[in-house]
Design a protein. Structure first.
Lengths: 777, 61
């Protein structure tokens, strides 16, 4: 089938616009690009089928005033930060930047492909931000202003700081090691004390500023913990590093033999690597929450009493006013249909992907998509009072509760720090009181205990495993979003599934029924002319059949062509009380013949059954929670083999069930998609979401997986379990190392050389152990 | 001994140069968009700020 020259969607024969476009918007976009001489774009791009098609939307972008979001930048420029939706590939980045850069007055237009954020600057007064944005919106992209401060800029600033600290520490560690190796080598034969002290001073010169600079992340965190009367892993780290540096300085001043500068700085270097990896591993899906703003940024067409129309932001629409919803428009308010018949895509609210019919009296909610015909709505609630806002609030509250989970490393640190400090203190007391050594050498020994116990391997034990595990999962299209997701997944014992879009593909497919091939051929002839989801599903069954000419579409009812009708029961003259099972259906009526029914079903994911039995074999308890009707849920539950199921669950019911399980001491894993599941995903002990899901629910889920299969759920659980086993092994290795070296240190036998070798080797062992996870695929 | 006095500063300066280069790259935002940078190189570009000769207005505005 030919496709639109701009947006690349399949063209529906008979409905295309001259020149090979699907709509006037696409044609306008194409001529705009051509006019700017940027038409190489079409050769360069590669469309990503998972992205929104590049169909320009009318009115929407024009109706919003972006200039209120602009901020002043330096003295005569203004800046606007925007999220871009609909980026397919690098060519899109190139196109947007070029279109903007060619506009009068624009000084800077840079689109970050990783974060999909656009920074746009222009000379004040020389360009109109609305016009600039309109030019991009016309190409089919959707732009949403955002506040960089609110969107995790703090996180990336922290990451950058860690990277800088790491660079400084790495530089210092490398150079100091150079001196240390020569000292160790020189000690063996003839290095004089003058040379040694000279090298020590050089080391001090490098290490002191480096420690002051790159130790900050640890020092501040340790201080914060101490201030509230707790300890964390950073307390022994800071103390160890500071004491090691201080003592080495003292030794250097006295022209002594042992300086631990290299140990102190390489310790910091190793730890910063762990910290940085940790921060990177969880930072992937950051900022998806910003898509929420997109829903709030739509303008609503209000019909004023005098008959004129006005575009208003959803929050400013007065209650009881009349609002128009055009086909293809996402509804911005809660209300009630007063005129018009159409279909609504309610997937954002209920999770059900099949459209629901709307007629006067039907309640509609913000976030629903009006599919086939214009509707008039009476507003009942707007802004914060809408169901959508309520769901978002529910999700936020549930998420706060989960943040309290303490990572295993923190729990280990809680007892590790006091034990280590006590051991050092006892060592000091033993040597001064018992043996009667002077306090300086005793302090030296005590400090060497602190250095040797400094939790280098311990601090690497978790992040390295996490990086390896998340790398392995990422290759399978599974993204980990939360730092503690793996630990929590390893504890999960219950798996709760949502139905539509999770166990199923969330797409209607034609079911076998009482129709003949000839019936189908006639029906497809009509259906091929429509964009309605059920008609598309029917057309998919026979892609070889071309649409009839002169098919007319009656919104909310069906299609007609020369007396043949395809559509709703009522439209085809079938009485409503004919019990023919429930579920989505289309009827085909021909003059003089009985009407034929085509039924559709949302098919389960290909491997739903095998994944379910796989999980059962691993002793997970499975459950199905769905907002759908009883019959549909029951048949699917039986088909995939889940014994426990609940139908007609509201979002709050799912949350209640999860709370119930958690109160009973279980650890439920929730697998779901859709905004209606977002509160449940946030309330669960740990959660996963297929990435066909709405972006919002991805922010609530800890893990996001891609593709048409359900196997990632089992795979993730398996990786999580082996990761947690490896973490425990790593802790055991680190403790074993301490058991061997601490007595050595306490007895005063540790030299800087031994400390350096012991510390590096323990870190290496831990890293190598973690790498086993990546190899075993 | 004198060779130490030359070689050590040389080694340090070389290392310092690398460190400075890295910090500069970090500050100038070269690590901000690793995906984008990998693809941008594929588009040989006319200078971005060049104004086109024929100024054609957006068709629908």
């Amino acid at each position: 089938m030919p496709s639109c020259r701009h947006c690349g969607q399949e063209l529906i024969p008979g409905k295309e616009i001259e020149g090979g476009f699907c709509c006037a918007g696409c044609r306008a976009a194409f001529s705009l690009i051509e006019g700017l001489g940027l038409d190489q774009y079409y050769q360069r791009r590669s469309l990503d089928p998972t992205q929104r098609a590049l169909v320009p939307e009318d009115d929407e972008a024009q109706s919003l005033d972006f200039s209120v979001h602009a901020k002043s930048y330096q003295k005569d420029e203004q800046v606007l930060y925007l999220m871009v939706e609909g980026l397919h590939c690098a060519a899109c980045v190139w196109l947007i930047e070029n279109v903007l850069a060619r506009k009068e007055g624009v000084t800077h237009a840079r689109l970050n492909m990783t974060t999909r954020r656009l920074e746009l600057r222009w000379k004040t007064g020389l360009a109109d931000p609305n016009e600039l944005i309109h030019a991009v919106a016309q190409l089919g992209y959707r732009l949403v202003p955002y506040d960089p401060k609110a969107l995790g800029d703090a996180v990336s600033a922290h990451e950058r700081m860690l990277l800088k600290c790491m660079a400084v520490a790495g530089f210092a560690a490398g150079n100091v090691m150079l001196f240390s190796v020569s000292i160790w080598a020189g000690n063996a034969d003839t290095m004089g004390w003058a040379t040694r002290t000279f090298l020590h001073w050089l080391s001090a010169l490098i290490v002191l500023p480096a420690v002051a600079y790159s130790g900050r992340p640890f020092f501040t965190s340790a201080l914060e913990a101490l201030r509230v009367g707790r300890t964390n892993m950073d307390v022994p780290i800071s103390l160890g590093v500071l004491l090691a540096t201080g003592m080495s300085l003292w030794e250097t001043i006295r022209a002594g033999e042992h300086a631990y500068f290299d140990a102190a700085i390489s310790l910091l270097f190793f730890l910063l690597i762990g910290r940085y990896l940790d921060s990177r591993a969880r930072g992937r899906a950051r900022g998806a929450a910003s898509h929420l703003i997109a829903l709030g940024a739509r303008a609503v067409t209000v019909l004023l009493p005098d008959g004129s129309r006005k575009l208003l932001p959803p929050g400013q629409v007065p209650a009881k006013s009349i609002v128009l919803a055009a086909p293809g428009e996402r509804i911005g308010i809660d209300g009630c249909v007063i005129e018009g018949v159409s279909d609504l895509d309610a997937s954002l609210i209920s999770g059900e992907t099949l459209p629901v019919p709307a007629k006067p009296g039907t309640l509609v909610f913000a976030g629903m998509l009006n599919l086939s015909a214009a509707l008039r709505l009476e507003v009942t609630a707007t802004g914060e009072a809408t169901l959508l806002a309520e769901i978002v609030r529910l999700m936020e509250t549930a998420e706060q509760g989960r943040a309290r989970y303490a990572a295993i490393a923190d729990r280990v640190a809680r007892w590790y720090a006091p034990v280590v400090h006590l051991a050092a203190l006892l060592t000091f007391l033993f040597w001064t009181m018992w043996v009667g050594l002077a306090w300086q050498p005793s302090l030296m020994i005590a400090v060497s205990v602190l250095i040797i116990t400094c939790p280098c391997a311990l601090a690497l034990a978790v992040p390295v495993v996490q990086v390896v595990a998340s790398g392995r999962l990422m290759r399978r299209g599974i993204l980990l979003k939360s730092a503690t997701a793996l630990e929590r997944l390893a504890l999960a014992d219950h798996v709760l599934f949502d139905k539509t879009g999770t166990l199923t593909l969330g797409r209607a497919d034609l079911m076998p029924g009482d129709w003949t091939d000839k019936d189908l051929a006639v029906a497809v002839g009509l259906a091929a002319a429509s964009r309605h989801p059920l008609a598309r599903a029917l057309a998919r069954a026979r892609p070889d059949i071309l649409p009839e000419a002169h098919v007319s579409e009656m919104a909310g009812l069906g299609l007609e062509c020369q007396g043949v009708r395809l559509g709703r029961r009522a439209w085809c003259g079938v009485s409503d009380d004919l019990a023919d099972g429930v579920g989505p259906e289309l009827w085909l009526a021909r003059p003089g013949r009985a009407a034929v029914r085509f039924s559709f079903e949302d098919a389960p994911r290909l491997d739903a059954e095998t994944t379910v039995s796989d999980l059962k074999n691993k002793n997970y308890i499975l459950e199905l929670l769905s907002g759908d009707r009883k019959a549909a849920v029951e048949s699917l539950a039986r088909r995939v083999g889940i014994k426990n199921w609940r139908s007609l669950c509201l979002p709050a019911d799912k949350v209640a069930r999860l709370e119930e399980l958690k109160a009973a001491g279980k650890h439920p894993l929730m697998v779901g998609d859709g905004l209606n599941d977002a509160p449940a995903l946030a309330a669960a002990f740990v959660s996963m979401s297929p990435s066909t899901a709405v972006d919002v629910s991805q922010t609530a889920a800890d893990v996001v997986f891609q593709g048409d299969r359900l196997a990632p759920v089992a795979e993730t659980l398996a990786v999580a379990r082996s990761a947690s086993r490896l973490v425990k092994q790593n802790f055991a290795l680190a403790l074993l190392y301490n058991l061997v070296t601490v007595p050595l240190a306490m007895s005063g036998h540790v030299t800087p050389l031994i400390a350096a070798v012991a510390m590096s080797s323990s870190s290496l062992v831990v890293i190598l152990n973690a790498l086993r996870l990546g190899r075993r695929t | 001994m004198t060779n130490l006095l030359i070689l050590i500063p040389v080694a340090l300066l070389l290392g310092l140069g690398g460190l400075m280069a890295f910090l500069w790259a970090l500050r100038s935002g070269q690590f901000e968009d690793l995906d984008g940078a990998a693809h941008r190189i594929l588009f040989d570009d006319e200078p971005i700020n060049a104004k086109p000769d024929i100024k054609k207005d957006t068709p629908s505005s």
